[in-house]
Design a binder for this molecule. Sequence first.
Ligand code: ARG
Length: 273
Amino acid sequence: MPKTVLMCPPTFFDVREPKNPHMGLAIDRVLAQHQWENLCGAMRESGLKVEFIDPVQDLDDMVFAANQVFVGEHPSVGKFIVPSRMRYPSRQREVAFYVEWFRRRGYRVIELDLNREYLEGHGDLLWHPDHSRVWAGYGFRSTRGGVERFATAMDKLSFPVVPLGLVDKHCYHLDTCFCPLNEAAVMIYPGAFAAASLDAICSGFKRVHHLSRDEALQFMGNGVAVNGRFITPRLTPNVSHILVKEGLTPFVVDTSEFEKSGGSVFCMKTFID
Ligand code: ARG
Protein backbone atom coordinates (compact mmCIF):
# COMPACT_ATOMS: atom_id res chain seq x y z
CA MET A 1 0.00 0.00 0.00
CA PRO A 2 1.53 3.36 -0.98
CA LYS A 3 2.09 5.64 1.96
CA THR A 4 3.65 8.83 0.62
CA VAL A 5 2.75 11.27 -2.13
CA LEU A 6 4.81 14.04 -3.68
CA MET A 7 3.06 17.33 -4.42
CA CYS A 8 4.09 20.74 -5.77
CA PRO A 9 2.59 24.00 -4.47
CA PRO A 10 0.64 25.96 -7.13
CA THR A 11 2.64 29.16 -6.56
CA PHE A 12 3.25 29.69 -10.30
CA PHE A 13 0.22 27.75 -11.56
CA ASP A 14 -1.45 29.38 -14.57
CA VAL A 15 -3.42 28.58 -17.71
CA ARG A 16 -1.49 29.87 -20.71
CA GLU A 17 -1.36 27.89 -23.99
CA PRO A 18 -4.20 25.33 -24.38
CA LYS A 19 -2.62 21.86 -24.15
CA ASN A 20 -5.88 19.98 -23.82
CA PRO A 21 -9.58 20.75 -24.58
CA HIS A 22 -10.33 21.62 -20.93
CA MET A 23 -8.06 24.67 -21.00
CA GLY A 24 -9.42 28.12 -21.74
CA LEU A 25 -10.76 29.94 -18.70
CA ALA A 26 -8.58 32.09 -16.45
CA ILE A 27 -7.85 30.76 -12.97
CA ASP A 28 -8.34 32.35 -9.58
CA ARG A 29 -4.90 31.95 -8.02
CA VAL A 30 -6.01 32.56 -4.42
CA LEU A 31 -8.75 29.95 -4.74
CA ALA A 32 -6.30 27.54 -6.40
CA GLN A 33 -3.91 27.82 -3.43
CA HIS A 34 -6.79 27.22 -1.04
CA GLN A 35 -8.04 24.17 -2.98
CA TRP A 36 -4.54 22.72 -3.18
CA GLU A 37 -4.10 23.05 0.60
CA ASN A 38 -7.45 21.31 1.10
CA LEU A 39 -6.30 18.51 -1.17
CA CYS A 40 -3.09 18.10 0.88
CA GLY A 41 -5.34 17.91 3.95
CA ALA A 42 -7.53 15.25 2.31
CA MET A 43 -4.44 13.19 1.48
CA ARG A 44 -3.23 13.43 5.10
CA GLU A 45 -6.66 12.61 6.53
CA SER A 46 -6.67 9.55 4.27
CA GLY A 47 -3.50 8.34 5.96
CA LEU A 48 -0.95 9.50 3.40
CA LYS A 49 2.26 11.33 4.15
CA VAL A 50 2.75 14.35 1.86
CA GLU A 51 6.16 15.52 0.64
CA PHE A 52 6.84 18.60 -1.45
CA ILE A 53 8.96 19.73 -4.35
CA ASP A 54 9.71 23.45 -4.70
CA PRO A 55 7.70 25.18 -7.44
CA VAL A 56 9.70 26.92 -10.17
CA GLN A 57 8.82 30.29 -11.66
CA ASP A 58 7.36 30.14 -15.18
CA LEU A 59 6.61 26.42 -14.94
CA ASP A 60 2.85 26.95 -14.89
CA ASP A 61 1.91 23.23 -14.94
CA MET A 62 4.50 21.98 -12.43
CA VAL A 63 1.68 21.54 -9.87
CA PHE A 64 0.59 18.45 -11.85
CA ALA A 65 3.08 16.17 -10.11
CA ALA A 66 1.81 12.99 -11.80
CA ASN A 67 3.45 13.66 -15.15
CA GLN A 68 7.20 14.26 -14.94
CA VAL A 69 8.42 10.79 -13.94
CA PHE A 70 7.13 7.22 -13.59
CA VAL A 71 7.92 5.81 -10.12
CA GLY A 72 8.47 2.13 -9.34
CA GLU A 73 10.26 -0.35 -7.15
CA HIS A 74 11.86 -3.66 -8.01
CA PRO A 75 13.53 -6.25 -5.72
CA SER A 76 16.87 -6.08 -7.55
CA VAL A 77 16.86 -2.46 -8.76
CA GLY A 78 15.28 -0.83 -5.70
CA LYS A 79 13.28 2.37 -6.05
CA PHE A 80 13.52 3.79 -9.54
CA ILE A 81 12.07 6.47 -11.81
CA VAL A 82 11.64 6.70 -15.57
CA PRO A 83 11.82 10.38 -16.66
CA SER A 84 9.11 11.57 -19.04
CA ARG A 85 9.48 13.30 -22.35
CA MET A 86 6.59 15.78 -22.27
CA ARG A 87 4.84 16.62 -25.51
CA TYR A 88 4.68 20.38 -24.90
CA PRO A 89 8.02 22.19 -24.76
CA SER A 90 6.64 24.44 -22.00
CA ARG A 91 6.37 21.35 -19.77
CA GLN A 92 9.64 19.66 -20.75
CA ARG A 93 11.64 21.81 -18.32
CA GLU A 94 9.67 20.47 -15.34
CA VAL A 95 11.16 17.01 -15.74
CA ALA A 96 14.74 17.89 -14.70
CA PHE A 97 13.54 19.38 -11.40
CA TYR A 98 11.59 16.25 -10.52
CA VAL A 99 14.42 13.94 -11.62
CA GLU A 100 16.80 15.85 -9.36
CA TRP A 101 14.38 15.56 -6.43
CA PHE A 102 14.27 11.78 -6.80
CA ARG A 103 18.00 11.41 -7.56
CA ARG A 104 18.87 13.17 -4.30
CA ARG A 105 16.73 10.69 -2.43
CA GLY A 106 18.53 7.71 -3.92
CA TYR A 107 16.09 6.64 -6.62
CA ARG A 108 17.75 4.95 -9.56
CA VAL A 109 17.09 6.84 -12.81
CA ILE A 110 16.19 4.64 -15.80
CA GLU A 111 16.61 6.93 -18.82
CA LEU A 112 14.87 5.76 -21.98
CA ASP A 113 16.02 6.62 -25.45
CA LEU A 114 12.70 8.21 -26.40
CA ASN A 115 14.06 9.98 -29.46
CA ARG A 116 10.99 11.71 -30.92
CA GLU A 117 8.47 9.74 -28.89
CA TYR A 118 6.58 11.10 -25.89
CA LEU A 119 5.87 9.56 -22.51
CA GLU A 120 4.02 11.47 -19.78
CA GLY A 121 4.61 9.62 -16.52
CA HIS A 122 1.62 8.66 -14.39
CA GLY A 123 -0.72 10.76 -16.53
CA ASP A 124 -0.66 7.79 -18.91
CA LEU A 125 1.14 5.04 -16.95
CA LEU A 126 -0.91 3.59 -14.11
CA TRP A 127 0.19 0.73 -11.91
CA HIS A 128 -2.29 -2.06 -11.40
CA PRO A 129 -3.15 -1.73 -7.67
CA ASP A 130 -1.06 -4.83 -6.80
CA HIS A 131 1.86 -3.43 -8.85
CA SER A 132 1.91 -6.59 -10.98
CA ARG A 133 1.72 -4.63 -14.27
CA VAL A 134 1.32 -1.18 -15.79
CA TRP A 135 -1.65 0.12 -17.81
CA ALA A 136 -0.30 2.48 -20.46
CA GLY A 137 -2.44 5.00 -22.36
CA TYR A 138 -1.30 6.55 -25.62
CA GLY A 139 -2.67 8.59 -28.49
CA PHE A 140 -2.88 12.21 -27.37
CA ARG A 141 0.09 12.86 -25.11
CA SER A 142 2.22 9.71 -24.78
CA THR A 143 2.82 8.06 -28.15
CA ARG A 144 2.49 4.38 -28.98
CA GLY A 145 6.26 4.35 -29.66
CA GLY A 146 6.93 5.94 -26.27
CA VAL A 147 4.85 3.29 -24.54
CA GLU A 148 6.64 0.55 -26.52
CA ARG A 149 10.06 1.80 -25.42
CA PHE A 150 8.80 1.98 -21.86
CA ALA A 151 7.44 -1.58 -22.16
CA THR A 152 10.84 -2.85 -23.37
CA ALA A 153 12.54 -1.33 -20.32
CA MET A 154 9.90 -2.70 -17.92
CA ASP A 155 10.14 -6.14 -19.54
CA LYS A 156 13.71 -6.36 -18.21
CA LEU A 157 12.24 -5.93 -14.73
CA SER A 158 9.46 -8.45 -15.50
CA PHE A 159 6.70 -5.85 -15.30
CA PRO A 160 4.20 -6.39 -18.14
CA VAL A 161 2.87 -3.21 -19.76
CA VAL A 162 -0.62 -3.20 -21.28
CA PRO A 163 -0.99 -0.53 -24.01
CA LEU A 164 -4.38 1.19 -24.18
CA GLY A 165 -5.33 3.34 -27.19
CA LEU A 166 -7.16 6.56 -26.26
CA VAL A 167 -9.68 7.98 -28.75
CA ASP A 168 -11.53 10.90 -27.07
CA LYS A 169 -9.47 14.08 -27.03
CA HIS A 170 -11.13 15.27 -23.82
CA CYS A 171 -9.71 12.14 -22.18
CA TYR A 172 -6.20 12.98 -23.30
CA HIS A 173 -4.43 11.21 -20.42
CA LEU A 174 -5.29 7.70 -19.19
CA ASP A 175 -5.87 9.07 -15.67
CA THR A 176 -8.93 11.02 -16.93
CA CYS A 177 -10.88 7.89 -17.94
CA PHE A 178 -9.35 4.90 -16.10
CA CYS A 179 -9.43 4.74 -12.33
CA PRO A 180 -8.44 1.54 -10.52
CA LEU A 181 -10.30 1.18 -7.20
CA ASN A 182 -8.67 -2.04 -5.99
CA GLU A 183 -7.03 -5.14 -7.49
CA ALA A 184 -10.36 -6.38 -8.86
CA ALA A 185 -12.22 -3.19 -9.79
CA VAL A 186 -11.74 -0.23 -12.09
CA MET A 187 -13.95 2.70 -13.14
CA ILE A 188 -13.66 3.65 -16.80
CA TYR A 189 -15.36 5.81 -19.37
CA PRO A 190 -15.60 3.14 -22.13
CA GLY A 191 -16.01 5.66 -24.97
CA ALA A 192 -12.44 6.87 -24.36
CA PHE A 193 -10.91 3.56 -25.51
CA ALA A 194 -10.26 1.73 -28.75
CA ALA A 195 -12.21 -1.57 -28.91
CA ALA A 196 -9.20 -3.87 -28.39
CA SER A 197 -8.13 -1.82 -25.39
CA LEU A 198 -11.54 -2.22 -23.78
CA ASP A 199 -11.16 -5.99 -24.11
CA ALA A 200 -7.77 -5.82 -22.39
CA ILE A 201 -9.27 -3.85 -19.49
CA CYS A 202 -12.13 -6.33 -19.15
CA SER A 203 -9.73 -9.25 -18.93
CA GLY A 204 -7.55 -7.44 -16.37
CA PHE A 205 -10.24 -6.58 -13.82
CA LYS A 206 -13.06 -8.72 -12.40
CA ARG A 207 -15.34 -5.69 -12.13
CA VAL A 208 -15.34 -2.88 -14.70
CA HIS A 209 -17.64 -0.02 -13.64
CA HIS A 210 -18.75 2.50 -16.25
CA LEU A 211 -18.65 6.27 -15.95
CA SER A 212 -20.63 8.44 -18.34
CA ARG A 213 -18.72 10.82 -20.60
CA ASP A 214 -20.01 13.69 -18.50
CA GLU A 215 -18.71 12.09 -15.29
CA ALA A 216 -15.31 11.56 -16.90
CA LEU A 217 -15.20 15.15 -18.18
CA GLN A 218 -15.96 16.27 -14.63
CA PHE A 219 -12.93 14.30 -13.44
CA MET A 220 -14.73 11.65 -11.40
CA GLY A 221 -12.39 9.15 -13.04
CA ASN A 222 -9.44 11.17 -11.74
CA GLY A 223 -9.88 10.32 -8.08
CA VAL A 224 -7.51 8.50 -5.75
CA ALA A 225 -8.54 5.32 -3.91
CA VAL A 226 -6.51 4.90 -0.75
CA ASN A 227 -7.02 3.30 2.67
CA GLY A 228 -10.73 2.74 2.12
CA ARG A 229 -11.36 6.30 0.90
CA PHE A 230 -11.94 7.71 -2.55
CA ILE A 231 -10.78 11.30 -2.92
CA THR A 232 -12.81 12.86 -5.74
CA PRO A 233 -13.78 16.34 -6.93
CA ARG A 234 -17.50 15.49 -6.93
CA LEU A 235 -20.07 12.67 -6.86
CA THR A 236 -23.07 11.54 -8.87
CA PRO A 237 -25.56 8.84 -7.81
CA ASN A 238 -23.78 6.45 -10.20
CA VAL A 239 -20.30 7.07 -8.74
CA SER A 240 -21.66 6.93 -5.17
CA HIS A 241 -23.23 3.57 -5.97
CA ILE A 242 -19.97 2.21 -7.42
CA LEU A 243 -18.08 3.33 -4.29
CA VAL A 244 -20.60 1.62 -1.99
CA LYS A 245 -20.20 -1.60 -4.00
CA GLU A 246 -16.43 -1.40 -3.64
CA GLY A 247 -16.51 -0.50 0.05
CA LEU A 248 -14.98 2.97 -0.43
CA THR A 249 -15.99 6.11 1.46
CA PRO A 250 -16.03 9.25 -0.70
CA PHE A 251 -13.96 12.28 0.30
CA VAL A 252 -14.98 15.24 -1.86
CA VAL A 253 -12.53 18.09 -2.48
CA ASP A 254 -13.16 21.02 -4.82
CA THR A 255 -10.55 21.25 -7.59
CA SER A 256 -12.38 23.69 -9.93
CA GLU A 257 -9.31 25.87 -10.62
CA PHE A 258 -7.12 22.92 -11.64
CA GLU A 259 -9.88 21.47 -13.81
CA LYS A 260 -9.56 24.64 -15.90
CA SER A 261 -6.13 23.25 -16.77
CA GLY A 262 -7.42 19.72 -17.41
CA GLY A 263 -6.41 18.15 -14.11
CA SER A 264 -7.84 17.14 -10.75
CA VAL A 265 -7.00 14.98 -7.70
CA PHE A 266 -4.98 12.19 -9.34
CA CYS A 267 -2.93 14.59 -11.49
CA MET A 268 -1.68 16.64 -8.56
CA LYS A 269 0.34 13.99 -6.80
CA THR A 270 2.62 11.09 -7.48
CA PHE A 271 2.98 8.07 -5.19
CA ILE A 272 6.60 7.75 -4.20
CA ASP A 273 6.49 4.48 -2.28
N1 ARG B 1 -2.47 21.42 -18.11
C1 ARG B 1 -1.84 20.16 -17.91
C2 ARG B 1 -1.48 19.56 -19.25
O1 ARG B 1 -2.27 19.62 -20.15
C3 ARG B 1 -2.72 19.24 -17.13
C4 ARG B 1 -2.05 17.94 -16.78
C5 ARG B 1 -2.95 17.05 -15.99
N2 ARG B 1 -2.26 15.88 -15.55
C6 ARG B 1 -2.72 14.63 -15.64
N3 ARG B 1 -2.03 13.69 -15.08
N4 ARG B 1 -3.80 14.34 -16.31
O2 ARG B 1 -0.40 19.04 -19.42
